[in-house]
Design a protein around this ligand. Sequence first.
Ligand SMILES: NC(=O)c1ccc[n+]([C@@H]2O[C@H](COP(=O)([O-])OP(=O)(O)OC[C@H]3O[C@@H](n4cnc5c(N)ncnc54)[C@H](O)[C@@H]3O)[C@@H](O)[C@H]2O)c1
Length: 404
Amino acid sequence: MSEQTSFYPELQRKIAEPSGTLGVLLPGMGAVATTLMAGVYLINKGLAKPVGSLTQMRRIRLGKRSDPRFALIKDVVPLANLTDLRFGGWDIYPATAYESAVNAGVVPPDLLAQVRDELAEIGPWPAVFDRAYVRNLDGSHVKTGLATKMDMAEALMRDIESFRQRSGVSRTVMIWCGSTEIHSQPVAVHETIETFERGLKDNAPEISPSMIYAYAAIQSGVAFANGAPQLMVDIPALQQLAADRGVPIAGKDFKTGQTLLKTIVAPGLKARMLGLDGWFSTNILGNRDGEVLDDADSFRSKELSKGGVLDSILQPALYPDLPRCITRSASNTTRRAATPRKAGTTSTSSAGWDSRCRSRSISCVAIRFWQRRSYSTSSCCSTWRNGPRCPVFRNGCRSISNHR
Ligand SMILES: NC(=O)c1ccc[n+]([C@@H]2O[C@H](COP(=O)([O-])OP(=O)(O)OC[C@H]3O[C@@H](n4cnc5c(N)ncnc54)[C@H](O)[C@@H]3O)[C@@H](O)[C@H]2O)c1
């Protein structure tokens, strides 16, 4: 095996060099999508660093451990340059990407002003929308006069094609940045391509708008990623279609907020064989995403996606003697009027032996974080000894606060 492939056999695969420009299509031009666009333009102008971007900043080790070389991922994997990205998207509101970014309040106004012209040029195309799936929004910038869901999918395919022709992109991807839809389960119409296409023609209520976007993307040969937690591209019909057409699909929620902290903190506690017996999360809902998640069925999609992460890390079946971690999630709307921002608090409780004094000790860590919904912000942490007292576990535990 060559030096390069000894640790990364997948690099043996021949991947075509990225040539030309890459179209990035974003259904839902809200906080996430406009922060992505603003970040890319700011970085391209040299006004910001891609902090938080794995592909742009992270290095991987190549070669032997005794003689390592640390190369940037973007120099090893053939990826498009940020300067080669071209954006387009849909939304149920007609605001331009600039107006929407101002409204989202993630990127500071002084920075946003420096990419105003680029963002103001991007206006969303009318969306495919069904209020049954996002009950708390009611935008009017939607496609009309289309009798069936298949007609809507075909209209989206025409949008994709005319974007390709106008912008001259050579490749295109689509990333769902739209609101969280209500929780749903796979049913018969989702089973095969045939049942799904029949459902599109018959307006099957179980086919959500996000599934229509995913279908249109795959049919157009556009790679599709899902940034939301609801059932979407993970149904057998769309998986089969993607496999048949050789189109990559990925994703189930961006997992960039509370779930990110779970995936960072839980492996550390597990590595020390500390039993986690409680994990309590509260969403303090802010801005439009908060408004959407204020609906119990949309929040249920989010809650289920967050919940599965801990079990997959802690492996309770493999470690039955450790306390079973009880998770609780709640949403809190009382702060919403006071803050346009989304925020969250997380408290965990863990138990284990203290190896120095050989006595049973209970330790408890509470983590709080304030999430500014940005891909590229740095965080600041106080140590848990100096942190404020934990609001949940009052028995001498301290909290780490991590605010963005
Ligand atoms: N913000 C975060 O930190 C974060 C973290 C993880 C996952 N997510 C997920 O990412 C998605 C976007 O989050 P956000 O914070 O940008 O929300 P947001 O409310 O700011 O933006 C979502 C946008 O989607 C639009 N929309 C809704 N239905 C649509 C449709 N059918 N077609 C086109 N547009 C539609 C809304 O009008 C809104 O402008 C959500 O699903 C959210 O759960 C967000």
